[in-house]
Design a protein around this ligand. Structure first.
Ligand code: ATP
Length: 407
């Protein structure tokens, strides 16, 4: 929905083309199927040897099929996992993983279990990166790791379950949506990302799909998830600092040198596109892109041609002309401008951004206009683009694409 940017990895093109929602297996569906099966078992008993309608037969077959599916599915889980958790339903699939809803057998509490097949080196790399980060973090706006089961071919990561859906689904499902709501969401993103940066972690794939609400209520926490591209490093010092002598805003020196070209193209900072050394300021750029989407339902940088997309990112070419921008406040636009700053040294850090007057809602300048209609219309109008996430092994292909842009 909306600005979904699917991550694309070569062997997963079939998965990529499926809208994730289609792959959801709802618990309600399985419960309904279970109830139907009971009903029909009763009917079968009563009519033993008798005649059954085609409908009855097909329903029984459907239930059987579902059961088989569930069994094959649960079979994929190691006995140690199923001894502790009851596997309930598939939530979604990632490039190397499947995420299921599970229930802890003794506490009956729900969790998410991410199962990754680690045969392929790339999958191993992504899983290791994700675990390294998850093992370090503990923050209300970062998804929490519960426990890990490591097997030779599969890794099962038990996580707190987010049931509130992705950031943009949340926006669309509301009837009323204002700048203050967008600022509230961004405050939580900044808190989570600021915490990661304070630990020296750069996420490198911040986008609305990786921001999940803990529960469906309006007061829910927002969680930063998906650390497959995250890395320890890049903890240089993003953000503007005052020069002690002049008091002018200057770029700060950076102690880090991340170089891997990765991320989701539409959210990549210019320094990543240009294949320069970069810092955690790349996450701040991505938050700027997310803020733009949250306030308009459209993307600041978008093009079917990757070359043109990268060119517009490098030029920092975006506009506040189309609807609903005329009704968006200047402080909100100023917040986005600050983050979509081409020079990473001049981009605010998460801490600085969280003190922006629009985020703090200290100015009267923030508009209380209901943006729901125009933002959700723009989000729904968008067709999912073929944007791709690239990572180390895929660097070569993206580098090739970048050559014409940069030369
Ligand atoms: P990729 O592996 O390419 O990065 P992805 O980020 O979509 O893709 P996963 O992180 O495996 O892959 O997530 C698969 C699906 O599971 C997504 O729809 C995601 O929103 C959902 N999901 C992941 N973690 C949780 C969680 N803790 N609670 C609820 N849903 C989750």
């Amino acid at each position: 929905m909306g600005c979904r940017s699917a991550k694309v990895l070569p062997s997963q093109s079939d998965i990529k083309n499926d809208p994730k929602k289609k792959r959801y297996v709802s618990v309600m569906q399985s419960l309904a199927a279970f109830a139907r099966e009971r009903e029909h078992q009763e009917e079968l008993k009563k009519n033993k040897g008798g005649w059954f309608s085609t409908k009855t037969k097909s329903m029984v077959a459907e239930v059987k099929q579902q059961e088989e599916k569930q069994e094959t599915y649960t079979d994929k889980f190691d006995a140690r996992v199923t001894a502790r958790y009851h596997i309930k339903a598939l939530i979604g699939r990632g490039s190397f993983s499947r995420v299921v809803r599970a229930e802890h057998r003794s506490s009956r509490r729900p969790f998410a279990i991410k199962m990754t097949e680690v045969d392929a080196p790339q999958a191993r790399e992504v899983c290791a990166a994700e675990l390294a980060v998850l093992r370090r973090v503990n923050h209300p706006n970062v998804v929490r790791l519960v426990e890990v089961f490591q097997c030779p071919r599969r890794v099962y990561v038990v996580l707190e379950l987010a049931t509130g859906g992705e950031l943009l689904d949340h926006v669309i499902s509301r009837g009323h949506y204002t700048e203050q709501d967008a600022a509230r969401a961004l405050r939580m993103v900044l808190a989570g990302v600021g915490y990661l940066h304070s630990l020296g972690i750069t996420h490198r794939d911040l986008k609305p799909e990786n921001l999940l609400y803990y529960h469906p209520g309006v007061d829910s926490r927002l969680l930063v998830t998906d650390f497959g591209l995250a890395t320890f490093g890049g903890a240089g010092t993003p953000g503007r600092s005052k020069s002690p002598q002049s008091g002018e805003v200057t770029g700060t020196s950076s102690s880090c040198s991340l170089r891997t070209t990765c991320g989701t193209p539409e959210y990549m900072a210019p320094e990543v596109v240009l294949r320069k050394a970069y810092t955690c300021a790349v996450d701040m750029w991505a938050i700027g892109v997310i803020a733009y989407i949250l306030l308009s339902g459209s993307m600041p940088f978008e093009d079917d041609s990757k070359t043109r997309l990268y060119r517009s990112i490098v030029r920092g070419k975006y506009s506040f002309r189309r609807n609903p921008w005329p009704s968006v406040s200047n402080p909100a636009k100023d917040f986005i401008r600050a983050l979509l700053e081409s020079d990473p040294g001049r981009r605010p850090s998460a801490q600085q951004a969280s003190r922006h007057p629009w985020i703090l809602a200290t100015t009267g300048g923030s508009s209380s206009r209901n943006l729901h209609r125009s933002v959700s219309r723009n989000l729904l109008r968008r067709t999912p683009r073929n944007s791709s996430r690239t990572k180390s092994a895929a660097d070569r292909s993206i580098s090739k694409q970048l050559v014409p842009v940069l030369s």
